[in-house]
Every structure is written in C-alpha cells, then in structure tokens.
Design a protein. Structure first.
Length: 452
C-alpha cells in the first residue's frame, strides 16, 4: 500500500510544501499553511473502450460555428461578457462582500425568463434569497429554482436530475466535497470544487457562474487559485459609500477585457448606467475652484469625469496628501512637477484629490485635469465650466500624447462642452465639430489657458 503523505498548502497562493512553514516562500504571507490530506477522490484514468473519442482531431476539421451566446437583456452585462453568456462557460464573479454580487446574479436570473436558472446558495437561506427577489420586484420568477446546500456531491446530484440552462453558485468559498479533509473555503476545496464544476459545465454545455469573495488587497483570495481554470473572471467593484458599481472583465476567453459595465445600486436592485458622463457630471457646480472635467477612456467608451481638488494651508505638522480614485504616487509626482515647473508652493499645504462619484481612474490622461484642479484650488480661481482638459504630464512639465483622442473630443462635444485642451501632438489632423480644440505643449501654458 502506498504511504499516505500529507502536504501543507498555502491558503493565500496555493504553494505546496512537504513541511509546515511559518512564512510562505512564494507569496510571503505569514501563517497561511494548512495541512491537507491527499485527495482520495482522484479519478483513475482508465482507457475508454470508445477509442474514437480519444483520437485527436485535426485543427482544420474543427467546426467553427459561432459560439452560441445567451443574451441576458442587461446590456452593460452582455457587453462586458463580449455579447452574452457563452454556453458551457465557467465564469467567476469576484468582488468585496456586500458589493452586490448576489443581487446581480438574481437580477440576471429574473431577466432570463425563458431559461431555467438553478440558484445554489451556500451563504444565505432560501428565504433570504426570496426576500431579495421580492425586493427586486420579481413578480414572475417561475424560472428560478433555489437550492440551499453546500455539499457539492448533493448539488451535483440535483444538477444531474434536472436540466438547468444556467447555474449560479453563491459562493464558491462555501462549497465543499465531503471526501476532502480541509475546510470549505480552503485552497484545496475551492480548487477541487471548481474542477468538478468545470467538467460539468463543459460536458453538459451549461454556463455556470461562481461567486467569489475578494479580500481587502483586491485579490480574489482562494478563488485566485482558480482564475486560470475558469473561462472568464469578472470583477464587481465600487466604493463603499457610493452607489456606483463597475463590472470589469479581468480575463475573458470569449471577448475583450477592456469593456466595463456601470451600474447604480438602488432600493430595488442594480440599474444600468448607459450615459455615464451625464450621470457623473450631474452634481457639478460651476464657478467653484478646484474642479476640472476630464475625458477618460474606460474600455472602448469615453467617460467624462470631474476631478476635484482642495488645497488648504497645513494647520499643524506634516502637510497631508489624500486621494480618492487616483493613484497616490501619481499625485506626489504631479505636485513635484507643479512646484518645479509652475512655481506653486505646495509644501505648506494639504492637498486632497477626488474623482466625483467614487470612480477610479488609472490612466495618465487625467494628469492635466488633476494638475489644473490643484492649481485652481490653490489660487482660488475657477476653471471655465465649458472646458475639458486631457493630457499626460511628463517630469519635465511637457504635455505628452495620449491615446484615442477622437473619442474623447467627440464625447466632450456631445455633452455640450465648448473647449477642450489637448496635447500638442494629438491636435495634428484632429477633426472636431462644434468644439474648440486648444493644443498645449507645456504645463505652464495649459494652466494659462485654463485659468485665465
Ligand atoms: P449583495 O448582493 O448581498 O452583495 P454580495 O452578494 O456581493 O455580498 O448586496 C448587498 C448590498 O446591496 C446590501 O448592503 C444591500 C444592498 N442592496 C440595495 O441597496 N438594494 C437592493 O435592491 C438590494 C437587493 C441590495
Ligand atoms: Mg452574496
């Protein structure tokens, strides 16, 4: 008989060690190793009697029919997925607890009136799910089957007996296989459960959504080890105190990963935001200093956003720098450039920068907007309300070229803005209707154009 060898698995990254260790040599996390017995569930691969099934097929002979997709009717969701749910695909929906993952899945299920959706809940009771559905004003929900269970063997049994068109597992961290020693949510349970569901999705051709929780650091803990197994990784994110939610594809075997979907959480569920620019600018007050409108690109869509800055003299000790929605290090860099090239004295001031609406942007094209808002607040001179500013700022104070300029200009023009400040090199050959394009090459000139 083979000797049973236990192994130790890092619960953070899945690193396997023969001995217990305090600090993971792979991800440097402390106290993450858990003893795991080898899985007794490995299926032995007996050669099948149907030999033809095992023969490889020439690539040429494989039929290239378009992947059938199930449209959910939630446009923002379909777009992120690349045009709907591909049958037989395994999709991981990650996000912080309470962000709205279960709500999203329930709304999706309610939309798909003609498909049987099997909703497996391991976190909430069937009654809680029912209450949520009622809150979402579900009148007819005959297509949704609920099953409150965490034992995967029982779940598989139920799936085998029915013919669901879509399966939702809420959440993968609560599922377990009874044969495995480790607790639900551990790396080996999550991995084993996913492998099983993956096989099921592929053999039955039914799409399966796995809900997964994310830790503070923004990585899908536990489920991170299954990212490579699933076809699509969706991330649902948002700031706790704002109602906006952004859905992103971090990985997508059936579409691009550039698209985002924007939603707003209401009393009765998530509502699609089809015109994000208008929504994000709706609370803007013209005539206040420290506010600039920028044109950012999210996926393939331009979105106009308001960058706010507040610069005040430091009352005691160290000046504070605080950001919401933009990178802190980027702010430090821009402050240094403003000090050096524009001559602003910011060393004795607190600086707060915020993207209105709780949106996060990480593209450098918003640099100019941030710099302008800071300068505007320091001098207490408002930026012209009809102007949009885009451009990356280099360390030398030069305004650098950015991508997709036409889309940004178009969006600004569409929303009735009169002027747009763009990097000099972007202005060449740029066609613009009903909007004045002002090219700038240096940060000093941009400040002049915007704050005069
Ligand atoms: P939920 O979908 O349970 O989050 P997750 O599954 O990601 O943990 O959503 C929980 C939050 O959403 C909760 O704080 C209540 C809020 N919510 C609304 O604001 N409106 C609604 O219609 C629903 C169903 C939830
Ligand atoms: Mg939930």
């Amino acid at each position: 008989m083979a000797k049973i060898v236990t192994k130790y698995v890092c619960q953070s990254c899945g690193y396997v060690s023969p001995r217990w260790v305090g600090k993971c040599p792979n991800c440097s996390e402390w106290n993450t190793f858990v003893e795991e017995a080898p899985s007794p569930l490995r299926v032995s691969r007996k050669p099948s009697s149907v030999a033809s099934k095992l023969d490889p097929v020439p690539l040429e002979d494989i039929e290239k029919d378009d992947v059938p997709r199930l449209r959910t009717g939630i446009q923002e969701f379909d777009r992120v997925l690349g045009g709907g749910i591909v049958s037989g695909s395994l999709i991981l929906l990650g996000g912080d607890p309470g962000i709205g993952k279960s709500t999203m899945m329930m709304q999706l299920a309610l939309q798909l009136k003609d498909s049987v959706v099997l909703y497996i809940t391991g976190e909430e009771s069937a009654r809680q799910i029912k209450l949520r559905a009622e809150r979402l004003q579900a009148k007819t929900a005959r297509n949704i089957l609920l099953f409150a269970e965490t034992n995967l063997d029982l779940i598989l049994d139920v799936i085998e007996r029915g013919t669901p068109d879509l399966i939702v597992i809420d959440s993968i961290q609560t599922m377990y296989r009874p044969g495995l020693e480790s607790a639900p949510g551990s790396v080996s349970q999550v991995r084993e459960s996913t492998a099983l569901l993956l096989r099921l999705a592929k053999t039955r051709g039914v799409p399966i959504f796995l809900i997964g929780h994310v830790t503070k650091e923004g990585v899908i803990a536990g489920p991170r080890v299954i990212e490579h197994m699933v076809d699509t990784v969706l991330q649902f994110e948002g700031e706790a105190h704002y109602s906006y939610r952004v859905l992103r594809a971090l990985k997508n075997r059936f579409g691009s990963t550039n698209e985002i979907g924007i939603f707003e959480m209401h009393d009765a569920g998530l509502r699609e935001v089809r015109n994000p620019s208008e929504v994000f600018l709706s609370e803007r007050r013209s005539g206040t200093s420290g506010s600039t409108v920028v044109a950012s690109i999210e996926g393939s869509r331009p979105i106009l956003l308001e960058v706010q800055a507040l610069v005040t003299p430091t009352s005691y000790g160290m000046p504070q720098r605080n950001t919401t929605g933009v990178d802190y290090r980027r702010l430090s860099l821009l402050l240094a450039v403003l000090e050096k090239r524009v001559g602003l004295r910011l060393g004795t001031h607190d600086v707060f920068v915020n993207i209105a609406g709780g949106v996060k942007i990480d593209e450098p094209a918003v640099d100019l907007g941030i710099a302008t808002s800071i300068t505007s607040s320091l001098r207490d001179v408002p930026v012209d309300a009809g102007t949009v500013a885009v451009g990356e700022i280099g360390l030398g104070g030069e305004i650098r070229t950015i991508g997709q300029i036409e889309k940004r200009v178009q969006e600004a023009s569409k929303l009735g803005f009169k002027r747009i400040i763009v990097p000099q090199n972007n202005a060449k050959g740029l066609k613009a209707k009903e909007i004045e394009v002002i090219p700038v090459d240096r940060i000093e000139k941009a400040m002049e154009a915007l704050l005069s």
